[in-house]
Design a protein around this ligand. Sequence first.
Ligand code: SOE
Length: 370
Amino acid sequence: MAKLNVALFGTQFMGRAHSNAWRQVGRFFDLPVEPVLKVLCGRNPESTRAAAAKLGWEEASTEWEAVIARSDIDVVDICTPGDSHEPIAIAAAEAGKVVFCEKPLANTLAESERMRDAVEKAGVLHMLCHNYRRAPAVALARQMIEAGEIGTIRHFRGTYLQDWIVDPQFPRVWRLEKARAGSGALGDIASHSLDLARYLVGELTEVSGLLETFIAERPLEDGSGSGVVDVDDAALALVRFESGAIGSIEGSRFCPGRKNHNRFEINGSLGSLAFDLERMNELEVYREEGPGSGFRSVLATDPAHPYVAAWWPPGHVLGYEHTFTHTVHDLLEAIDRQELPTPNFEDGVRNQRVLEAIERSSASRSWESV
Ligand code: SOE
């Protein structure tokens, strides 16, 4: 079987999640090509070497440009903070590599457009990792919507709530610095709700946004003092879709008790669907069925449900990490067929265009077109 050598950039949370996906995908799915965990690239030599050994990579490096220049690297997977997505992705595209990048694609719309232009000019395949599309229950929702089972969609309601920075003493980590992360809850978690809105309902046309920062200064991680928080702690938007549907998107890190509460509800003319990542194997379904009508919970763990056949018998639930394995699986299938996977960098640009419209609207206090 043909092998594909992968170089992964980033050793923290997303680096670990993607490493697990590259390692597991061939053990559970029949693949057309075999991914090889070739090089893990990080900033610190010691910690990168330790992470490479723990996560199953053949080599470790801190020289990202040299890694990209290697002729034996086929796929570049970007799991670094947003301020390095553009240089790594453009260098990888120009080197002819397949480029796989964690969300959000970039820290600004302009960066995302340059990245999209670079991969298109280089003619390389590219994919944006919005992993939640590939939770079986979410993929099932998409199938049901496409089959017309809830009719014409009227509402999309996306909420992505966390609570990890409610404590004012939590330090100013990179996700709280605009220069590193581009934005706060808006680009980090509201971007997920936005991607699901585009995946399940369609393109957005107008937004009315509200960004808020509750804690404007936080202790620095090295204990040397405090620093300004220049990103949003919470991001909300009313939205209109091309289809005529309307909705809301909310991302906040200030919701005590909500750990990774990525939820959506979609109301159509014939019924409703609802999903909550904290109960990720279930899809809540409502359809008009006369006096007995009511929301019922579909446990999306049957072999007939998307991706499940590769794993366990019905009822043996899947987890967060499986959504990344499913994403990597679909990327490998697309590479084998030489077809562009979704979401890709064009989706990333469209996502970023909405995020930027939300930022503009929050500043102008008026509706903004996407
Ligand atoms: C935020 O803390 C975060 O890690 C996001 O960056 C990820 O995209 C999400 O999957 C989990 O929460």
